[in-house]
Design a protein around this ligand. Sequence first.
Ligand code: PMV
Length: 336
Amino acid sequence: MNQSFTWRCPSNIALVKYWGKKNGQIPCNASVSMTLQNAFSEVSLELAEKKTSGIELQYFFDNEENRSFGQRVLDFVERNATHFPVVNQHALIFHSTNSFPHSTGIASSASAFGAIALSLLTASGENNPDFFRRASFLSRLGSGSACRSMYGGYALWGAVPEHPASNDAYAIPVANVHENFSSILDAILIVDRSPKKVSSSRGHAMMAGHPYATTRFDQANRHCDRMLQVLATGDWEEFIRIIEQEALALHAMMMTSGEAYLLMKPGTIHAIEKIRNFRKDTGISVCFTLDAGPNVHVLYPSADEVRVHAFLTKELGDSIEGIIYDKTGKGPEQIL
Ligand code: PMV
């Protein structure tokens, strides 16, 4: 029997957005995310006998070989072989699945690269106290936002002057979280499943030379510092202000970049307006954020679950393609 190592790694949703990067997957600004619970990738790394002297790797997704993603993983493994001694000793066979459907805008490369880095580290025999920090550092080299998926709750990635432990090379967990935010809910409204016309990598690249880049990076760094205070004090009002401004700032960058593109759909705007009206009418702390796509993440306190679900189903159910219910997650888990 070949030995195998399996990790389940969650996706995460950015509250303060990372948009724009420098060489080596270094972010142009800091970001803060919430780790999800139900949206995860599960990756099993099987170690087989090596037949050649080079790195041997196969990548299966849902039991079918995925050569293009396999090539991306091979590039990642080749570039980082010194960190993963196992890659020179065995042939690597990855089997991966996602808990969430394809094309929902949930960052599958974040959860997949998270689980890939974790399984490679475990297979290489690492289990030191720095394990998750190492996994964060290495997964970042595969997919930037993956580095924030290594911890439960909330994570900060990128250097913020007010927080000496923060840095660009890996994410750190946010330690001080008020009970108001220790477990909140995220309903992901699937507005449109069609593949995006402009990839995130192209979007990041367009921040180089973007007319508003400097202002945007400053804004995001200030928002990170403020968000850490908000998470510590439990201030929902300020949380809402920041995350909605962040979501719209991200899309404003797309709309004002060289290609001036638009990823929001009419259904996105419709959902945003309904959410804001519902908040005004009921006083419930419900708010939205967006990824680089048309789908809407609706965040709200668990205490308001029943009323928010009734609202989403009644007011938005007919205009969207589906809802995925998620919440603040506990972080990666090794499956033994
Ligand atoms: O990690 P990437 O390269 O897929 O970029 C993620 C970018 C956003 O999801 C839009 C924002 C973020 O911080 O996750």
